[in-house]
Design a protein around this ligand. Sequence first.
Ligand code: F6R
Length: 609
Amino acid sequence: MCGIVGYVGNGSARETIIDGLKKLEYRGYDSSGIAFCTDGKIEIRKCVGRIHNLEELLSKETLDSHVGIGHTRWATHGAPSDVNAHPHANGDSSIAIVHNGIIENYVEIKEWLAQDYGVNFLSETDSEVIAHLIGVYYNGNLEDAVYKAVDKMRGAYALCVISKNEPDKIVAVRKDAPLIAGIGHGCNFIASDIPALLKYVREIYLIENNETVVITADEIKIYNAQRERVHRDVFHVTWDADAAEKDGYSHFMLKEIHEQPKGLYETLHRRLDENGEIVLDGISMTKADIENFNKVYIVACGTAYHAGLVGKSAIEKMAHIPVEVEVASEFRYRDPFVDDKTLFIAISQSGETLDTLAALREAKSKGARVLSVVNVVGSSVARESDDVFYTWAGPEIAVASTKAYTTQLMCMYMIALYMGRTKGTVEESYYRAFLTELSEIPEKLKAVLENESEIEALAKELYKKEQVFFIGRGPDAGVSYEGSLKLKEISYINSFAIAAGELKHGTIALIEKDTVVVALATQDKLFEKMLSNIQEVKARGAYVIGLAKEGNKEIEKQADKVIYIPDCIDEITPLLSVVPLQILAYYIAKERGCDIDKPKNLAKSVTVE
Ligand code: F6R
């Protein structure tokens, strides 16, 4: 949510920052801007719209510098507009800032600055107060002024600051919003996220909460909240630069859909030893810990929450422990019963989702053991957890999550299986058979992807519809929620998902002639029940797209169209069944001319409440 890039060095700040912002555009894309220290002053250029608008604005002049900060915005306070875009400056434009996060007490600070210092504010943002605050405190040392300003601020921030009086440096600080510093040769960088810097550096420092960084061309100095210099180990990034490129696909989303067999293979095999045993290297949870748990909470947001729904069934079935799944924004304010017998599982692709992070802290403070399922190595959720089970999806750039979801599911199955095996609630034969099924998934998924053109044709038939329902039972209900979210977030079609058995308790009132219903019927033991549900909606005129396992031909008699997935055990069908739904959403959005990788109003990483 909002992307930040800063550069200090001998090269072109403009080129590096624009390039980095393009890589971060998934974090927010309603406006963007850049500030340079040049010729004894600060120059700011900013405008509403995508980065290419900023490029166009800059193309009219040769403005550049060796020091600069840039920002791509996801609006919280104040509508997307030129004036609300970052960077923001203080009154005499001696200080400029870019900010990701929310300053909760900005009204209070604003009033104080207006009354005591006669400050005029140009924008409606909370962020602008930071520039004025630092300006008021500035007394020849930028770090001092930033420390004083931060002392007065409440909320979340990743903040980068430049001053015309100290034109060779950037001062940055973070609290509950991500920030990394990139180590270059004769130049150094600061950014919200690794993809921004992949083209330039592989060695980075992960900046911790409440730390301040002072970056010059030769040095990166990190200080803690007490202003003591801290040593930080260099973090080596293993992603290659191509991983953050489209690689010939028309969208990142399509590329990422196709990367799922590889992501699933990696996620599984990196935790299997040569004897096919699940190994939890680096995870300190012991047999005694597992036996001690009497409750599991799975907490996450959006797609990651949907992965949790599937995880619940797996853990309850295999480890015989009651599991509650909850959205993080509810959990954190509910005062849930958590103690030292609770296993808290946080699921997050980015590892920076603020609600998930806050829920994790809440659970930890009550004594829970925290295991997280995370994609981004070194992210806040990963760092604050007792143990991390990484998904090996690689960087997910498209705002709509695809490969993160399926790799999260893979982790949940493996965690369930491991816990069950450790507790003795899973028998050896079941354990082996289940792992064999999981290991066959990447190849089966390739078969699903070969049907892409069939689903594309279906999308061409459906793209003008204004309402689509998704129904399913058991694990299919969880996948219905995810299929519906995918469709609505990228195509803007009004979509709703419901457990099929619940339909007749109210929602069926909305079914009428030609309403599209996607009915997931992959569960052998629930197949006949689903056929009845399909009949119920057909009787009210619905147009039904069935989704079933190969061989279950009976569904063809009820549904208008059927999509088949390869046969596998009921428990793990979500790994396959979600993929046709991702493809369907993708092609429907494409037919509707939507901006698939950057849907309106959304951002990839939600670092505000
Ligand atoms: C939807 C989507 C979001 C995220 C949610 C949590 O396609 O991507 O619903 O799943 O914002 O994000 P993470 O997993 O980064 O915590």
